[in-house]
Write a new protein. Sequence first.
Length: 141
Amino acid sequence: MAHRCRPKEALVAEAAQAAFGDLDLLLAEFDTAHGDHDTARGTLVDFYLSAEHRDQPGTGCPTAGFAGDMARQPTAGEVRETYAAGVAEFAAWLSTDADDGLPKVATLVGAILLARATAGTELSEKILESTHKALTAPHGP
């Protein structure tokens, strides 16, 4: 029986789209559970920068999960566009009147990637704690 394989790029784009769809559902659940968006956003930051999230990279955020793979993809094409759209939507959810959410996404993703890469060391805990403090300060990034 002949079997047709889809191009790898299409499969990766489909996986990214599904993962960002799951993230959208999770963000909607945060809004529903917390009643107001500011509280939901703060609770997400608390979770994102937790040891629990750090220690479960397979079930974590697609923004961090796909970052390394996206860096190795061609700069144009469906995969990059899908990923960029997901990052933009996550940033929009994190946005406030003061910013578009991009600094928060970059800070959260960078922190979780570094915390995972240094897991098991004191530095990993410091990364989570200091980033949380910076993001939750009255004038965080």
